[in-house]
Design a protein around this ligand. Structure first.
Ligand code: F6R
Length: 260
């Protein structure tokens, strides 16, 4: 795992935006895995900026989102489909047919999940997966005790996650109980995983993910087994790491050609 600790979320998102822009320039038909929630919002702003100001071309890019709530229509104000459209897709030149988000209204959820996995394979696999982490350590909506080998499937949201996410809904009763999420095995298949965590409320999850044992109790910790996982943190999210000085030292002393 490469741990990059930066001054704040804005600088972290700029570095992340550059990693993604470099990938798309090198591979115009890159396959991106995307996340929702508060964490990637500034990253998406950076991607939009790269498109509008530097002409970064998304016309051949394909995307797969991590998850979606079950029971929400695409145009529901809190659906992840709508979130992605508002915060990214409507502002870049990605063709609609290149966008993949689990369908929360799928009649046959099991079949839909199998088809989602097959579509990722057909697209050539995910080059770079954007991730956030839940305050309970979840990746995607893979809550603690999820199988570390899991694939895309239905999951029941933890009470903590429903509580954390109620800010996106009009009231807490509206927060769905179920979702479709890529599995941890699906995330581990991505060639690069790029995880962002900002703010003090992520500090414990980040400490367990980076320095704790690999355990289904903290799904994020599985990234310790990934050959190319980059973790971008602000000072607050990094505050509980015991080897914080070491991570900063490593980043400061990276050979110039390796710096993002
Ligand atoms: C979102 C997702 C979740 C979030 C996590 C953090 O698609 O899969 O794992 O990344 O819940 O959410 P925020 O960024 O809102 O703190």
């Amino acid at each position: 795992m490469e741990i990059i600790i930066l001054k704040n979320a804005k600088v972290g998102s700029e570095v992340g935006g550059k990693i993604i822009a470099d990938l798309i320039e090198e591979k115009p038909n890159a396959v991106l895995g995307l996340a929702t929630g508060s964490t990637p919002l500034m990253l998406y702003t950076e991607m939009i900026k790269s498109h509008k100001e530097k002409g970064l071309d998304f016309s051949k890019v394909t995307t797969f989102n991590l998850d979606e709530y079950i029971g929400l229509e695409k145009n529901h104000y809190a659906s992840y489909f709508r979130f992605m459209n508002e915060n990214l897709f409507s502002q870049i030149n990605i063709p609609l047919e290149n966008i993949n988000i689990p369908d929360g209204m799928a009649k046959n959820v099991k079949l839909h999940c199998q088809e989602y996995e097959a579509a990722i394979v057909k697209a050539g696999g995910i080059d770079l997966q954007v991730l956030g982490i839940g305050s309970d350590g979840h990746l995607g909506f893979n809550e603690p005790t999820s199988s570390l080998a899991s694939r895309t499937r239905i999951k029941t949201l933890d009470e903590q996650t429903r509580e954390d996410n109620k800010r996106f809904f009009k009231n807490s009763e509206e927060v769905p109980y179920h979702c479709i999420t890529m599995g941890i095995g699906t995330v581990m298949d991505a060639r690069t995983n790029l995880l962002f965590a900002f703010g003090e409320n992520k500090a414990t999850a980040v400490q367990q993910m980076v320095e704790g044992p690999v355990s289904a109790m903290c799904p994020g910790s599985v990234l310790q087994m990934h050959p190319n996982a980059i973790v971008i943190l602000d000072e607050a999210a990094a505050s509980k790491l015991s080897k914080i000085d070491y991570y900063k030292w490593v980043y400061k002393n990276k050979p110039e050609w390796q710096i993002y």
